[in-house]
Design a protein around this ligand. Structure first.
Ligand SMILES: Nc1ncnc2c1ncn2[C@@H]1O[C@H](COP(=O)(O)OP(=O)(O)OP(=O)(O)O)[C@@H](O)[C@H]1O
Ligand SMILES: [Mg+2]
Length: 251
């Protein structure tokens, strides 16, 4: 079933004494339920813009966007977002951050407790449940952010370079964690990155975007077996995908 649909979507930003900036140019896109899709492209090509209009943070200038058959016009519980800058609520504990959405939506206390416990367990933060974000490392904060985005049981998880600021080892652990969660929950994931290797490693599909005005110029179906152990990453097929994407991004 089609989960995410963009038809002819453009986003223009008005600028002071300059022509409007076209951040996203007549984009069409269809994503199936449960797919893991990476958006890959150079800085400024409109990746965050695409994710943010999908999240309903601002409207598109033209076109139609729907998620689960419903038209998108504002943020909603069907779409969980994770941002690059670990935007947690500093005044709430780990548990408080994860519970925030369900509480706001007046879910029954028992249901909130069950979901929160499960998520704290999945992201491995049992010993930190009562701590505040300021004492957590970057990787831990991003784990809280992922758990918080999952708490509302969204159909679609929108992730904007969530591991961009992490060291290589933490990043690789976080990729494993995300794939593990995805294999259990089977949410549709749209994951922004500018790292080719990360995109090929994670995705079922990699959408490559061009420089401004942002457009999807190629749609790679990644036919590598999962789990993608070291042999897969070292394989000729993996290298081929990487090479083709690098070529596209360079030209
Ligand atoms: N709120 C805004 N107001 C005006 N222009 C904006 C706004 N947000 C983005 N832009 C412009 O739209 C274009 C696309 O920006 P966007 O943030 O989507 O790029 P990106 O691909 O996410 O880049 P990066 O990889 O650096 O995060 C850029 O030229 C940017 O200057
Ligand atoms: Mg961005």
């Amino acid at each position: 079933m089609t989960q995410v649909l963009l038809e002819n979507v453009s986003v223009q930003f008005l600028r002071y004494r300059e022509p409007p900036q076209i951040a996203l140019d007549h984009t069409n896109l269809s994503i199936e339920e449960g797919e893991f899709v990476c958006l890959l492209g150079p800085s400024g090509c409109g990746k965050s813009t695409l994710l943010n209009v999908l999240g309903g943070l601002f409207p598109s200038s033209t076109g139609k966007i729907s998620v689960g058959g419903k038209s998108v016009s504002q943020p909603g519980p069907d779409r969980g977002m994770v941002f690059q800058n670990y935007s947690l609520y500093p005044w709430l504990t780990v548990r408080g951050n994860i519970e925030f959405g369900p509480r706001l939506n007046n879910w029954p206390a028992a249901k909130i407790a069950t979901i929160t416990d499960e998520l704290i367990d999945i992201v491995g933060l049992k010993d930190y449940a009562g701590q505040y974000p300021k004492v957590l490392s970057g990787g831990m904060r991003q784990r809280v952010a992922i758990a918080r985005a999952l708490a509302m049981e969204p159909h679609v998880l929108l992730m904007d370079e969530p591991f961009g600021a992490l060291d290589a080892q933490t990043r690789s652990r976080m990729q494993e964690l995300l794939l593990d969660i995805w294999s259990r929950k089977r949410n549709t994931v749209i994951f922004v990155t500018h790292d080719i290797e990360e995109a090929v490693y994670l995705a079922d599909r990699v959408l490559v975007m061009s420089t401004r005005p942002g457009r999807i110029i190629e749609d790679f179906k990644i036919e590598l077996p999962r789990p993608r152990f070291a042999e897969v990453v070292a394989s000729e097929e993996f290298t081929q995908y990487r090479r083709r994407m690098l070529h596209l991004l360079r030209h």
